[in-house]
Design a protein around this ligand. Sequence first.
Ligand code: SF4
Length: 57
Amino acid sequence: MRVSKMDRANPGIKCVVNTCYYYMQGDNCSAEKIEVQPKNAHDTQETDCATFIPGKE
Ligand code: SF4
């Protein structure tokens, strides 16, 4: 599900993925909410943001 892109940073999220549609300067995310996957992950490397959409606006 595509989530809304806000005109400000989501204060609860820091993200460095600067190729994401929701990325904002200063390592911020402008997505209204995000989803992180997958189930049964064992370490940080296995997890990722399922809300990511490629391409900056
Ligand atoms: S949607 Fe996910 S990958 Fe994209 S900026 Fe937000 S936290 Fe980062």
